[in-house]
Ligand binder design. Structure first.
Ligand code: ADE
Length: 267
């Protein structure tokens, strides 16, 4: 199982989490989003504005947007474009870099990795469902050497959010990350082993950077494609990106409003 916390009810999970994290009040929220097509509707929905001059200076490729929403100071940082190809900087390398620089620059109370993902039908996922993460793990880092095996998995607990999940009727589960839109048989075996509900390309890297700062982190991911379905991910992804981005645009402001002003132990 992914979680590094012991099992138990929501209350026990929260107590265990607070053994290694401050029970701080959420006043500054950092949203990290890989793709511009996912980020811009959120920027609009949250009423944010591009930071000018740039808060995170070049050559870092990311772009930040800031504003106030629901009583919180909100910063959204998207990963920018690839210099060589012009497409969005998706994947774990830009995710870790952006998360590190953005946490350093904005000093958030909490980080949310937001975006689209593949969902597992076997864990209740349907197109445009919005999931909250319970944990983040890598599914494509295989290093069969003692110690490095566990490092490769790179599991992190999400900040427990039982009240948020209930209040907004959100599904929840483990988010696993890898650097491919498709998956190998070994990737799938690991996703099943870690009880993945959602598969994407950034969360475990964001969690790694957030952990360096002991900053609480969770994911909000909306489903564009069904991982354990019949169709190729890329086909479903392109078909459902708009619908899925709309779901994110609807839910994220509610998430920000819910967590704003609450302590970590009240999420
Ligand atoms: N983003 C959206 N769908 C995905 C999938 N199936 N795998 C990785 N990232 C995704």
């Amino acid at each position: 199982v992914v979680t590094t916390l012991n099992g138990g009810n929501a209350e026990e999970l929260q107590q265990a989490y607070l053994a290694s994290h401050d029970d701080r009040t959420v006043r500054v929220i950092l949203l990290l989003v890989a793709m511009e097509a996912e980020a811009m509707p959120m920027v609009t929905a949250l009423g944010l504005h591009a930071d000018e001059p740039a808060v995170i200076a070049p050559p870092a490729p990311c772009h930040s947007f800031s504003g106030e929403h629901g009583g919180a100071q909100v910063h959204l940082v998207c990963f920018g474009k690839c210099k060589a190809t012009g497409v969005d900087n998706v994947g774990t390398v830009p995710a870790a870099l952006t998360a590190y620089l953005a946490i350093q620059a904005f000093k958030p109370d909490i980080v949310i990795s937001a975006g689209t993902a593949g969902g597992f039908r076997s864990r209740g996922a349907a197109i445009a469902d919005v999931f909250v993460s319970t944990g983040m793990v890598n599914h494509d880092r295989r290093i069969p050497i003692p110690g490095f095996d566990k490092y490769g998995i790179g599991a992190f607990d999400a900040v427990p959010t039982p009240r948020l999940q209930k209040a907004l009727s959100l599904k929840s589960g483990v988010v696993t990350s890898g650097n491919s839109l498709d998956y190998t048989a070994e990737d799938m075996a690991r996703m099943v082993q870690h009880e993945a509900a959602v598969k994407e390309m950034e969360a475990a890297a964001v969690a790694w950077s957030a952990d360096l700062f002991a900053c609480p982190v969770f994911c909000i991911k909306s489903v564009t494609d069904i991982v354990d379905g019949e169709r190729p991910a890329q086909e479903e992804f392109l078909e459902n990106l708009h619908k899925s981005a709309e779901a994110l645009q609807r839910v994220l402001p509610l998430v920000v409003e819910f967590i704003s002003g609450k302590r970590i132990s009240e999420l």
